[in-house]
Design a protein around this ligand. Structure first.
Ligand SMILES: NC(=O)c1ccc[n+]([C@@H]2O[C@H](COP(=O)([O-])OP(=O)(O)OC[C@H]3O[C@@H](n4cnc5c(N)ncnc54)[C@H](O)[C@@H]3O)[C@@H](O)[C@H]2O)c1
Length: 314
């Protein structure tokens, strides 16, 4: 595997004979030269994490979210046998921009040319490059469009400072779980009316493997639970599971986020690759709470590494 540890920690990489880390950017020619030439399948997950950091540093987003895909594909097309590529795309890019009732996003829905962040632009450029390398060079590029992934292993503050407090807080679920364990009120924006489709990490892994083994050539699949959950409901469930009595703290809406309510259609992935999520949100949250409690020292060590940057913004 290749990772420059920009938003991750070495400790997250399993110690196993089958796993070898090449530390560096997948855009680096020396790194690409170290890859084996007989690859069957490439899982392309590298990204500049995430939406808010991409707005603070669109160039870094380009380098690690757009250029990564282009350099990888340019390298792969030279191999003697072309591997299948499974690309982690994002449901947020293709979702409707609505705070009214959402409809399940399907794989063939139109994509707006007016997206909310450089991150979303990069994710869809990755799909466009993949489709072009497919038509021009025959690279089989399967797009897996993730909804909101959560679960054990997501370390707050993992990796390097990327320009905003979202470096530390990453995504809503790990933030809420950590703050609830610490007995803090959960920061809920815009009354918590936004909805998301939460998918447990084990289900995402299963979906990626199904895309690799069963996806049609150059296909596109939603990896979604198909269940809409409001952010307020998420906060209240996490407070209940952790016994947190501090409640929620209402905050203004995010001015850049126009994709208020969204969830993914599960029909195509179920029909074509037999993918269906198996871990219900409450169960997955219980497991995430347990994992976070067991890894609190490690998580707080990562958060503390960014303390000076966080304090500098205060
Ligand atoms: N987590 C979600 O809810 C979600 C939703 C939609 C799509 N995705 C996509 O799933 C993939 C994985 O995301 P994640 O949430 O696990 O984030 P993550 O930050 O844990 O993983 C991204 C990884 O890419 C690495 N990386 C960054 N730049 C790199 C480079 N130039 N070369 C090599 N490695 C590089 C980071 O160090 C990190 O390990 C991403 O492509 C992301 O866009 C995630």
């Amino acid at each position: 595997m290749v990772d420059n540890l920009l938003s991750s920690e070495r400790e997250n990489i399993p110690e196993h004979d089958a796993v070898q880390l090449v530390e560096g950017s997948i855009t680096d020619d020396d790194v690409l030269a170290k890859l084996p030439s007989d690859l069957d399948t490439v899982f392309h997950l590298a990204t500049f994490h995430g939406n808010q950091n991409s707005m603070a540093d669109p160039i870094a987003d380009h380098d690690n979210n757009t250029f990564t895909t282009l350099k990888l594909l340019e390298h792969l097309r030279t191999l003697p046998a072309l591997p299948r590529v499974v690309y982690s795309s994002a449901g947020c890019t293709v979702a409707q921009k609505t705070f009214d009732a959402a409809e399940a996003t399907t794989e063939d829905d139109p994509v707006s040319l007016h997206l909310d962040s450089p991150y979303q632009v990069s994710k869809i450029i990755g799909e466009l490059y993949g489709n072009w390398y497919h038509s021009r060079f025959g690279i089989d590029f399967v797009k897996a469009r993730f909804q909101n992934v959560y679960g054990p292993g997501e370390v707050l503050g993992a990796g390097q400072w990327r320009g905003t407090p979202a470096t530390v807080w990453r995504n809503v679920t790990p933030t809420f779980v950590y703050r609830a364990i610490k007995g803090e009120a959960l920061p809920v924006e815009n009354g918590g009316i936004a909805t998301r489709d939460f998918i447990y990490v084990d289900d995402i892994v299963d979906g990626l493997l199904r895309c690799a083994a069963l996806g049609e050539p150059n296909g596109v699949y939603n990896l979604a639970a198909g269940v809409e959950t409001s952010i307020l409901e998420l906060a209240e469930t996490i407070n209940e599971l952790t016994g947190n009595t501090a409640g929620v703290e209402l905050q203004p809406a995010r001015d850049w986020d126009h994709s208020g309510k969204r969830y993914g259609s599960t029909e195509k992935a179920e029909r074509e690759i037999g993918f269906r999520t198996t871990v219900a949100l409450r169960d997955g949250l219980e497991r995430t709470v347990a994992w976070t409690k067991a890894n609190l020292d490690r998580i707080e060590g990562c958060i503390d590494r960014h303390r000076a940057s966080l304090d500098g913004l205060a």
